[in-house]
Design a protein around this ligand. Structure first.
Ligand code: COI
Length: 350
């Protein structure tokens, strides 16, 4: 059972927070509570507690600060029209965190602990879950080496923390198609590296290419593999899919690609709608005659791609209004928001 810090004001969670729900993007809106659990030396996490959302104390010598020993997750809660709140496949995030923790030499919470902690955090912040159709509550679990180290070694103590923020669309384009540029100099991941797990260290290195691209007016960067510079990998913050007729292709999960939960869900939804989905090496040249390209991720959901610039050539797709990505977006969000019947058991009430 989670406990709320006794000194806190307890908000009436049946009311909505007093913000302009028509004007939320993807920026942090501080909410009421965060969840914190610690794992001292034995690798077993304490029960954890809800604390007021705010700064945390860390030793300047913490493993996370010095050596980047940390992972994050991302999932969303939606408010249904009946007022109840649902999570989308939270146990998948729990498993992915466990897999990443193994790669990063960290203990991780059990799947049950993870899901329970997510539910408690969402419930304590229920007034921040946007009204139906206005967005979602983005949930950010963190797992970090919080104990002090000086020599390079796994930290002696770990912190599992969850904070939340109401969010709207990830890209400033909203639901409009995004414009990508294929990156030729920098790479996101290398074979044998950590591209396939959600370590925090995968994200700062993409900022340089991303900011150069944004300064030129692009929405984000599409990375190629680092060996052949020929195969699609992913966008800085999401996976990529290429549509040709009834075939949808996406880079296979082979260590350098993040196993996105939206990616996995879209594959299943597409197959159930009669598409053939191929997980394989997808050559950059296939962009030349693709019908549509779209990106998937928890934050971006399903984002249609309007154009991709590759070696100075701008490839445009369907005037950006891709019928396939539109169909898959509607199917997926219908499930996530509890609008359509969840025959697969993907949604979990809090
Ligand atoms: C997510 O989609 O949840 C992510 O973790 C990507 C992040 C860069 C916003």
């Amino acid at each position: 059972r989670c406990q709320v810090d006794g000194a806190s004001t307890i908000h009436d969670t049946s009311e909505l927070a007093d913000i302009n729900w028509d004007d939320i993007g993807f920026g942090l809106v501080p909410t009421d509570y965060m969840y914190v659990a610690k794992s001292p030396k034995d690798g077993v996490f304490t029960e954890g507690e809800l604390q007021r959302f705010g700064p945390i104390q860390l030793s300047p010598s913490a493993g996370i600060l010095n050596y980047g020993q940390g992972l994050f997750e991302g999932l969303k809660a939606y408010r249904k029209v009946d007022g109840s709140v649902v999570l989308f496949r939270p146990e998948e995030n729990a498993w992915r965190m466990r897999m990443g923790a193994e790669r990063m030499c960290m203990p991780s919470p059990t799947v049950e602990h993870f899901v329970h902690a997510v539910k408690q955090t969402v419930l304590a912040n229920k007034r921040w879950v946007p009204p139906p159709g206005k967005g979602s509550l983005y949930i950010r679990p963190l797992l970090m080496g919080s104990g002090a180290v000086l020599g390079l070694a796994p930290a002696p103590e770990y912190t599992f923390l969850i904070f939340v923020s109401p969010v709207g669309n990830y890209f400033k384009e909203g639901l409009a198609p995004i414009n990508l540029i294929v990156e030729n100099e920098f790479h996101r991941a290398i074979p044998g590296g950590t591209g396939g797990v959600k370590t925090i260290g995968n994200y700062a290195p993409v900022l340089k290419a991303q900011s150069i691209a944004k300064a030129k007016g692009y929405s984000d960067v599409l990375y190629l593999d680092s060996i052949h510079k020929k195969y699609l990998e992913e966008v800085s913050s999401c996976n990529v899919f290429v549509v040709k007729g009834k075939v949808i292709s996406t880079p296979a999960i082979k260590g350098t690609i993040l196993p996105g939960i939206t990616r996995k869900s879209i594959i299943e939804v597409a197959q159930s709608k009669g598409f053939q989905v191929e997980e394989r090496l997808v050559a950059v040249d296939e962009l030349l005659d693709a019908d549509e390209v779209f990106c998937t991720g928890t934050a971006v959901v399903v984002s249609p791609v309007g154009s991709i610039t590759y070696l100075g050539r701008r490839l445009e797709y369907n005037n950006g209004v891709g019928a396939v990505s539109q169909q898959l977006y509607s199917e997926l969000t219908g499930l996530q928001m509890g609008l359509s019947e969840d025959k697969l058991g993907w949604t979990v009430g809090v």
